[in-house]
Design a protein around this ligand. Structure first.
Ligand code: PLP
Length: 345
């Protein structure tokens, strides 16, 4: 059987989740009449202490709608250079929103509030671009699942407040950060004006994200979602999967984190420079192959021959992601396969 560690987006809805989807109460969501979506939006908003929520088909759309709320055309968003919003949304902030971005570099994507605060120029007048918002990704995907320190988030919020700059949270995996750090979900809600969360990553729903913010901002985002073609009709069939994911799949993320640590320790034992298990804080393992005698593509190809799928994200950077469709025994098998490849290199 193939073991797929390329991403936590590869999970398939369980039989019980499918049953919940089949039985969903639905209506036309563009008319605001889908009860399952209405309750899901209210539920997620409540979890984070925000006024309103908006269901979107993707995390990318939730991010981009959120950023658009905070930054006008010709104004600036700051983000870490490996952030999904700048690296993996295909220039959407510029292409759709006329927004410029400036980036900072952080080892493993870990936030040090001082860095973006030092770059920010809130009212740059008629000569320079004015900074309007700062984006934080938690957990940080390309950083290897890094969980952001709440003290740094708070320091960023305090500094940004003084300058009149807003914060956006790309919380595609905020559930993982919450479980790993113990930070309450509504604490994140205090610091970020807009928050995007995904139901389709570690929580295992097939589709769906939610954008959170003030009632006024979410009303504006609802207009933009429709304008971009994201107004959906009887979408409660997907909303029911989201409810199911929230009911059943949050606390179990701790298992995925333990599995990631087990895998990282096995790899570290034979290739210490590839990964430091202490930095494996959630369900993502970034493998740095610079000192290993093989490229990420070679490692991925060798693993594939043993029916183990991993991602080669850079010439010397591979990524493994644990999730609810991979059991501990599959993790043991995956570890054996990778150890044997790395030993034979
Ligand atoms: C950190 C992060 N943000 C946003 C997204 C976007 O989600 P989607 O693929 O639903 O657009 C992803 C997707 O992997 C992600 O990893």
């Amino acid at each position: 059987m193939v073991i797929d560690l390329r991403s936590d987006t590869v999970t398939k809805p369980s039989a019980a989740m499918r049953e919940a989807m089949a039985n969903a109460d639905v209506g036309d969501d563009v008319y605001g009449e889908d009860p399952t979506i209405n309750s899901l939006e209210a539920r997620v908003a409540h979890l984070f202490g925000k006024e309103s929520g908006l269901f979107t088909p993707t995390g990318s759309m939730a991010n981009q709608l959120g950023i658009r709320l905070l930054v006008n055309p010709g104004e600036e968003l700051l983000a870490e250079e490996d952030a999904h919003v700048v690296r993996a949304e295909l220039g959407a902030a510029a292409a759709h929103g006329g927004i410029t971005t400036r980036t900072w570099r952080a080892a493993r994507g870990a936030l040090d509030a001082h860095t973006p605060l030092a770059m920010a120029r809130p009212n740059a007048g008629p000569y320079l671009v004015s900074t309007k918002a700062i984006a934080v990704e938690d957990t940080h995907n390309f950083g290897g699942g890094t969980v952001q320190g709440i003290d740094q988030i708070k320091a960023l919020y305090d500094g940004a407040q003084e300058m009149g700059i807003s914060l956006h949270l790309d919380g595609a995996r905020i559930w993982n950060a919450h479980i790993a750090s113990g930070t309450a979900l509504n604490e994140y809600g205090r610091y970020f004006e807009s928050i995007s969360v995904c139901l389709s990553k570690g929580l295992g729903a097939p589709v769906g994200s939610v954008l959170l913010g003030s009632a006024a901002n979410i009303a504006r985002a609802r207009v933009w979602r429709k304008r971009l073609g994201g107004g959906m009709r009887q979408v409660g069939v997907l909303g029911a999967a989201g409810h199911f994911a929230l009911d059943h799949n949050i606390s179990r993320l701790a298992e995925d984190h333990q599995n990631a640590r087990v895998l990282a320790e096995a790899i570290h034992a034979v290739a210490p420079s590839a990964v430091d298990p202490q930095f494996v804080q959630s369900n993502i393992i970034g493998l740095n192959l610079k000192e290993i005698g093989m490229t990420a593509a070679q490692l991925a190809d060798a693993a594939k021959q043993e029916e183990l799928l991993i991602s080669a994200l850079g010439p010397r950077y591979a990524r493994l992601v644990t999730h609810l469709d991979v059991s501990r025994s599959s993790i043991t098998t995956a570890a054996e396969i990778l150890v044997s490849i790395l030993k034979g290199r």
